[in-house]
Design a protein around this ligand. Structure first.
Ligand SMILES: NC(=O)c1ccc[n+]([C@@H]2O[C@H](COP(=O)([O-])OP(=O)(O)OC[C@H]3O[C@@H](n4cnc5c(N)ncnc54)[C@H](O)[C@@H]3O)[C@@H](O)[C@H]2O)c1
Length: 361
């Protein structure tokens, strides 16, 4: 019997979640979305006939649903996930896990009580380059990763002014939390060590400057809040002695958009990078994947030749969730990792607010 999934929120990522789940053999049985136009459009676009104005009604009427997929603004991730887990559903939730670590802890606890899967869409782990690099790392060819640099730096990528993205109470923050993909990927490569301390500084210089709006995002809301950072630079030390440099921006005077993780191991280094033709547009991008090593006493750079995946792992990530429910694949991320990540994010904001390092141990 195929896994039955209900979609909650017709956010942009539905365009990957729905075909990704279907390619894994799952059935999309219903969709809950409060805005009538968005509901009708998504129903037609994705051929999901059964729709609901809210998730409560969907969960009450479709008791046969095995899992839900949450694609709403960040503020709703935790309360919707808790409802779904209490109703006995597996949960696939868009990133970031929640607004902060306290909310994430609540989700993790509920998943434990329900005995259900709680997986987040850290889709960069599902890129062909990430699968490939993990094979080298797990085989021991990279050695211990001492250090990494996680960068998602946009020159002009503010996703709208005054909407939920720029309202801290709705989003949890700006680019640090929105673009946390590279931070997660770097720590994943490092085997998710226990964080020791975090030192970071955030900046807000361009958060109201229309010259820095991205080519996508949500409509502007006149008089809405823009109380989040526009850029951040930070440093994380782990208890293992490993270290990570973090750079994250929606708006910064930089040459072009950079989306990459570099790492330096005791046997080899590596790079995963998305290079955009036109900043921010996946359709014009090319993905690079490199290993830096020494062979026969010579320094060698190996370029990995891999299939290009414009979706940035988003289809594969959704398929992994279905396979994980069916016990065919291990989930690509665990609730404990999400919690560790959000503790680091919280510490980034706390360090910036207090102007001092934050001890996590
Ligand atoms: N993985 C990625 O690469 C990626 C990319 C973009 C966005 N996202 C994430 O996807 C999520 C949605 O972002 P978006 O840009 O699509 O936002 P959006 O505002 O465009 O869409 C969100 C949708 O959720 C609906 N919604 C709001 N409250 C709801 C509720 N209680 N129940 C059901 N539906 C509700 C809204 O009406 C809207 O249609 C965010 O968490 C964002 O961080 C992830």
């Amino acid at each position: 019997m195929s896994v039955k999934i209900g979609i909650i929120g017709a956010g942009g990522m539905a365009r990957y979640h729905i075909p990704g789940f279907r390619s894994g053999g799952a059935e999309i049985v219903a969709l809950a979305e409060p805005v009538p136009d968005a509901r009708a459009k998504a129903s037609k676009t994705y051929s999901v006939k059964e729709t609901y104005a809210d998730e409560d009604e969907m969960l009450a009427k479709r008791k046969d649903i095995d899992a839900v997929s949450i694609i709403t603004p960040n503020r709703f991730h935790m309360p919707i996930a808790v409802k779904a887990l209490r109703a006995g559903k597996h949960v696939f939730c868009e990133k970031p896990p929640a607004l902060n670590a306290v909310e994430t802890q609540t989700m993790v606890d509920e998943a434990g009580k329900a005995g259900k899967l709680l997986q987040f869409n850290f889709n960069n782990r599902a890129r062909p380059e990430a699968y490939a690099l993990m094979e080298y790392i797990r085989s021991g060819e990279v050695g211990k990763i001492n250090s990494a640099q996680a960068v998602w730096a946009r020159r002009s990528g503010i996703p709208g002014f005054g909407g939920w993205f720029t309202t801290k109470g709705m989003s949890g923050g700006g680019p640090v939390i929105d673009l946390l993909h590279m931070l997660d990927l770097a720590i994943y490569f490092m085997d998710y060590p226990e964080p020791d301390f975090v030192l970071a500084q955030t900046f807000r210089d361009f958060i109201d400057d229309r010259a820095f709006r991205g080519p996508w995002g949500i409509p502007d809301v006149a008089g809405g809040a823009t109380d989040v950072e526009s850029a951040c630079h930070g440093f994380v030390r782990f208890k293992t002695g490993q270290v990570l440099f973090l750079r994250s921006s929606w708006a910064e005077m930089t040459e072009r958009e950079v989306v990459s993780v570099n790492f330096q191991g005791t046997k080899a280094g590596g790079l995963i990078e998305r290079v955009f033709g036109r900043d921010g547009l996946d359709a014009t991008s090319v993905d690079r994947c490199e290993l830096f090593t020494v062979e026969h006493g010579r320094h060698v750079n190996r370029s990995l030749i891999l299939p290009q995946d414009e979706s940035m792992g988003r289809l594969r990530s959704a398929r992994n969730f279905v396979a994980a429910i069916e016990g065919k694949e291990a989930p690509l991320n665990t609730p404990d990792q999400a919690l560790k990540l959000m503790r680091i994010v919280d510490a980034v904001y706390a360090s910036a607010a207090r102007g001092q390092p934050i001890q996590l141990a």
